[in-house]
Design a binder for this molecule. Structure first.
Ligand SMILES: C[S@@+](CC[C@H](N)C(=O)[O-])C[C@H]1O[C@@H](n2cnc3c(N)ncnc32)[C@H](O)[C@@H]1O
Length: 257
């Protein structure tokens, strides 16, 4: 076990203590079922912030999807060439940071740790993200804002949007994607991660082509993982199956100077 794994375990243990102090395990399981149904069947309500509108769903995000996103993004950045070589003194912009899991996974894996800016419109998520970044020893700040219009930090920046672009309305997503590609063309690094799901495929192709034309790459990933005990227990209780993690990514980046 390395320091990264220790921090991951401690981070999750702290979340468990916090959320299971107020809720029973069956209540978190119902929250997880409700959250999963919001993501899959009631997607149009995501724009209203429905994913995080209740203590059960928040606990499920913190104890289930957050850790899964952490493990997925960490496996992706370890596999992508040069993703761990951020420029010395650079910033990682965690767009739609949620609980900060994906941003922490990337930042904490880098050879020269970047400072992190976590941006989200949801105040609860920002509080959790601050806790997450702290748990991984990262220098970070959080900003409440709409990623569709927020100004991006000055370069060099590693821009991450994990499981977030699919929550934007089409016009906002297109405008943000173009802005991110313009920054990538100017030398910043870009990683977009999304589920392998039909509701993403609808807009993915177009941006995949643009990214590949810029010399970037598109991948689909499958990783077998040992789930942490609380995640495995929730997975079984909610009759889900995440023993294999899957995701797709768009990546534009090279080692920064
Ligand atoms: C599924 S969560 C993913 C969180 C995190 N990136 C992760 O991988 O765990 C999506 C997050 O995007 C945020 N979000 C969605 N649309 C947004 C917008 N227009 N501006 C800022 N945040 C947004 C939501 O509040 C939520 O925290």
């Amino acid at each position: 076990m390395n320091a990264d794994d220790d921090r991951f375990e401690l981070w999750l243990k702290e979340a468990e203590q916090q959320h299971l102090a107020d809720l029973t395990f069956p209540q978190v399981t119902s929250g997880l079922r409700a959250l999963s149904s919001t993501y899959v069947e009631r997607r149009r309500r995501l724009g209203e912030g429905a994913a995080l509108d209740g203590t059960g769903k928040r606990a499920a995000f913190a104890l289930f999807y957050g850790p899964l996103h952490f493990l997925t993004v960490r496996a992706i950045v370890r596999a992508l060439p040069d993703a761990l070589r951020a420029a010395n003194g650079s910033t990682l912009a965690d767009l739609g940071c949620g609980t900060g899991a994906a941003g922490a996974a990337w930042a904490a894996s880098c050879v020269d740790t970047p400072r992190v800016i976590g941006i989200d419109r949801h105040p609860w998520a920002l509080g959790e993200a601050a806790r997450t970044y702290r748990a991984f020893g990262l220098t970070a700040r959080t900003v409440r804002g709409d990623i569709a219009s927020v100004s991006l930090p000055k370069g060099p920046v590693s821009m991450l949007a994990a499981f977030t672009m699919n929550e934007l309305a089409d016009a906002s997503r297109d405008a943000l994607m173009q802005r991110l590609l313009d920054r990538a063309a100017a030398g910043d690094r870009l990683l977009i991660v999304e589920p392998i799901a039909g509701f993403v495929a609808r807009w993915w192709e177009r941006w995949r082509v643009s990214v590949e034309q810029m010399g970037g790459r598109a991948d689909e990933w499958r990783f077998r993982v040992d789930l942490p005990p609380i995640v495995a227990k929730l997975d079984r209780a909610a009759k889900l199956d995440h023993r294999e993690l899957t995701a797709r990514s768009l990546w534009i980046g090279r080692e920064q100077d």
